[in-house]
Write a protein that binds this ligand. Structure first.
Ligand code: 5GP
Ligand code: MG
Length: 178
């Protein structure tokens, strides 16, 4: 399936399933040899569910764990404005070595919020692994430790990533067809 229609838009294959698999395998190898001890992987839902499932099968670090979070925002009092919280973190993560698993990092705003919230939990170390990265859109200076593939500023779907909640099931990654 070279193109796919989601809602009113047409998308074309951008990163085929076989290439995704190669990228994920290579990222797992980099993490495996990085020397991180007893890591707690934290996958950011919903987008990273397939990436997390696939990369974890290739991780061979002893005593590694995985947990899943969502970042939610709500309106606090007038003085606090928008407040973010992590949903799903049901365990004490104090002193843990965290590896954040993200599907895609665009501006970096989401990543920054997640890191601030994790730091409040007094973790020991935080590393970031993202399947896709948009360097032209990135506005933060947080170092990203493991990058699968840097891509142009195009909108992509598939392999967990959605267009208005659909398309997450697609095995390839697609981009908007011009
Ligand atoms: P950031 O906060 O880095 O700007 O954006 C992070 C979030 O925006 C991602 O976790 C993802 O949900 C969404 N996002 C950014 N770029 C894309 C894209 O090309 N496709 C899809 N489906 N979501 C994107
Ligand atoms: Mg995401």
């Amino acid at each position: 399936m070279k193109t796919v229609k989601l809602h009113n838009k047409t998308f074309e294959v951008f990163i085929a399933e076989t290439e995704i698999s190669t990228i994920v395998h290579s990222m797992a190898n980099q993490i495996n040899i990085s020397g991180i001890k007893n890591p707690l992987f934290i996958a950011v839902l919903n987008g990273s569910f397939l990436f997390a499932a696939d990369i974890m099968r290739k991780i061979n670090i002893p005593n590694c764990e995985i947990s899943f979070i969502k970042l939610s925002s709500y309106l606090g009092t007038e003085s606090t404005g928008e407040v973010n919280e992590l949903i799903g973190l049901g365990q004490d993560i104090k002193n843990r070595n965290i590896v954040i698993l993200e599907d895609i990092i665009d501006t970096g705003i989401t990543l920054e919020k997640i890191i601030l919230l994790l730091e409040k939990e007094e973790v020991n170390d935080i590393k970031v692994a993202t399947l896709l990265f948009k360097p032209e859109a990135y506005k933060k200076d947080i170092e990203i430790d493991f990058i699968g593939k840097s891509i142009p500023n195009d909108f992509v779907v598939g392999y967990g990533l959605d267009y208005d909640e659909i398309g997450r099931n697609l095995p390839h990654i697609y981009k908007l067809k011009e």
